[in-house]
Design a protein around this ligand. Structure first.
Ligand SMILES: Cc1cc2nc3c(=O)[nH]c(=O)nc-3n(C[C@H](O)[C@H](O)[C@H](O)COP(=O)(O)O)c2cc1C
Length: 283
């Protein structure tokens, strides 16, 4: 029996995100069990940017440690995320911003099969939500088997119709075969990402791995990408990720060295402008 952990980022119950992954699990059959984490019910506090978790425990006293443990113990993970204002909703971002915690268990997360489900209410209006979900999976060290954007506005709509049924089957196939199923079209030769920024001088940047290079257009109109790895890599290989982890840890000594030089810079701006405290609403 394999266990699929679905991290559902929708605040609504029932949600399209949750219904879709349940349909996937039904398709997978009795060899799989589904565990659902509704992030809205979990106490996940924002990252404090103190970097303590790189050396010791995270300072936030919340449910993030238990969630990381669930991810470590899952055979596969599904990130199920609604689109809000053209991006992934904030529950995903708050969770993934705690990602420095992943490094201490990265050997257990690396290459774990993962899939992304992005729900959106209006066909074609998912904006950069898929990129955010793909990125979250890569940052978790997961092997991105497949991700799909599912259209449906009202709860239930994501699991009706032939198109959505095809997407359910595709995600189930990716999970059962543990094989990557990528959408057709232009893909980054380094990470498989499918979102790019094109610039003058035939420059191109992959928005998933952040590496840059050049593109050429062949005579028959196809775009060819030549992208080279940057010095810093979050997830191209396990070794690259560990190198970045070590670099991050070394930043502490660097900070201690430059701290006294930065103090006067900070002091100059300390009382500039007026800070506005939140209103006391009596709660
Ligand atoms: C605040 C808010 C913003 C939304 N923005 C978008 C959007 O930019 N594009 C879109 O296609 N759908 C948008 N939607 C619709 C949801 O993505 C859609 O209803 C989806 O089914 C929600 O999935 P869920 O049921 O899993 O929460 C938005 C919904 C809300 C509540």
């Amino acid at each position: 029996m394999k266990n699929l952990l679905a991290i559902v980022c929708s605040p609504r119950k029932p949600s399209n995100s949750e219904l879709f992954i349940k349909a996937v699990c039904k398709e997978l059959g009795s060899d799989w069990e589904l565990n659902v984490v509704r992030l809205i019910d979990w106490n996940i506090l924002p990252c404090r940017a103190c970097y303590k978790c790189l050396f010791d425990k995270c300072v936030q006293n919340d449910d993030m440690g238990s969630l990381v443990e669930l991810i470590v113990n899952a055979d596969a993970v599904a990130l199920c995320v609604p689109t809000y204002f053209l991006g992934a909703n904030s529950l995903l971002k708050r969770f993934i911003d705690r990602g420095l915690m992943f490094y201490s268990v990265f050997d257990k997360l690396w290459d774990k099969p993962m899939v992304g489900v992005i729900t959106a209410g209006v066909a074609g209006m998912e904006g950069y939500a898929k990129l955010m979900v793909d990125s979250a999976i890569k940052v978790m060290g997961g092997r991105l088997l497949a991700s799909t954007v599912v259209f449906g506005a009202f709860p239930g709509e994501a699991v009706i119709g032939d198109e959505n049924a095809g997407k359910v089957q595709m995600i189930a196939r990716a999970l059962s075969s543990e094989k990557e199923i990528s959408s057709s079209g232009l893909r980054c030769p380094l990470c498989g990402g499918d979102s790019f920024r094109f610039a003058e001088g035939k420059r191109v940047k992959c928005l998933l791995c952040s590496n840059e290079g050049e593109y050429t257009v062949t005579e028959d109109g196809h775009i060819k990408l030549i992208i080279a790895p940057h010095e810093h890599q979050f997830f191209l290989t396990y070794q690259d990720a560990m190198k970045h982890y070590e670099w991050l840890k070394q930043m502490k000594e660097r900070f201690l060295r430059v701290r006294s030089q930065l103090k006067p810079v900070i002091k100059e701006y300390l009382h500039y402008g007026k800070s506005i405290d939140p209103p006391n609403d009596g709660t």
